[in-house]
Design a binder for this molecule. Structure first.
Ligand code: B12
Length: 221
């Protein structure tokens, strides 16, 4: 069974979602993530084991490669797609087994900003790392973050900004959130954001990429 778990991990890492999928070309015709999850479940392997020994390590590896420029945005997208399909098969079993998510990550692109490619990648990878993700979309003001925090008071907030004109609004948003939720943790990211800027606005941290976001969340949550 450990061979199948390893094969599933490779499918996630390479973005092979099913046997039908033509991508990646060198894995054509081989079983993909969905077939392997079905086989493992049928053989009695627990959903938790599949998640922890195949899916999460597979996603972690893509994140690591992206950090050191060995993988690129399309690679993460296909891996996240394979992960999503595998997770859909596991979801029912995980609910039965009551596997708790690591936490809740409330993420959005800030007010006035419509860039969501990076934010979506972060959301997908964080979900792949075992977190519940509440994605508020784009153009998200303090009011929407607050409403989500009221529903998920232990949530960690993630804000994305791609414009120098919209990153300025992050400071006021952090202040507004802390009025009602003084201990809320906020992490920020996006091309113009820096570690110094995160310190300046009293955010709990900055990460330059999805793997960094996961590591930061695990450190601060
Ligand atoms: C694609 C794009 C668009 C698309 C967005 C489509 C979409 N659905 O997202 C469209 C065409 C809509 C667009 C519009 C505009 N854009 Co634009 N756009 C870009 C472009 C080319 C790529 C951005 C991108 O997706 N990068 C790829 C992703 C993967 O990277 P990323 O977003 O940085 O995310 C990574 C990290 O930053 C991090 N991260 C991201 N979010 C978060 C969040 C957290 C919590 C954490 C921890 C990490 C994290 O992880 C991600 C993955 O590694 C950039 C140029 C560039 N090369 O960056 C310009 C750019 C951002 N755009 C720019 C501008 C000016 C605009 C417009 C104002 C143009 C106009 N005059 O209309 C409008 C603004 C619209 C608006 N109100 O938002 C400027 C911004 C300049 C500035 N200094 O502010 C840029 C830099 C182009 C330029 N050189 O001038 N844009």
């Amino acid at each position: 069974m450990s061979e199948k778990l390893a094969a599933l991990r490779t499918c996630i890492e390479r973005g092979k979602s099913s046997a039908k999928s033509a991508y990646p070309p060198d894995m054509k015709g081989q079983p993909g993530a969905t077939e392997l999850v079905e086989e493992l479940l049928a053989a009695g392997v627990s959903a938790e084991k599949i998640l922890n020994e195949s899916l999460i390590p597979g996603m972690r590896e893509v994140g690591r490669k992206f950090q050191c420029n060995e993988a690129f945005v399309p690679d993460m997208l296909v891996s996240a797609d394979a992960m999503k399909k595998a997770m859909a098969l596991l979801r029912e079993e995980l609910l039965k087994a009551k596997v708790e998510p690591k936490g809740t990550f409330i993420v959005g692109t800030v007010k006035g900003d419509l860039h969501d490619i990076g934010k979506n990648l972060v959301a997908m990878m964080v979900e792949g790392a075992g977190w519940e993700v509440v994605d508020l979309g784009v153009d998200v003001g303090a009011d929407k973050f607050l409403a989500a925090l009221k529903e998920h008071p232990k949530g960690v907030v993630g804000m994305s900004a791609l414009l120098t004109t919209t990153m300025g609004g992050m400071k006021a948003t952090v202040e507004t959130l802390r009025k009602d939720f003084p201990n809320v943790k906020v992490i920020i990211g996006g091309a113009p954001i820096t570690d110094n800027f995160a310190k300046e606005i009293n955010a709990n941290g900055y990460a330059p990429d999805p793997q960094g976001a996961i590591e930061l969340l695990e450190k601060i949550a």
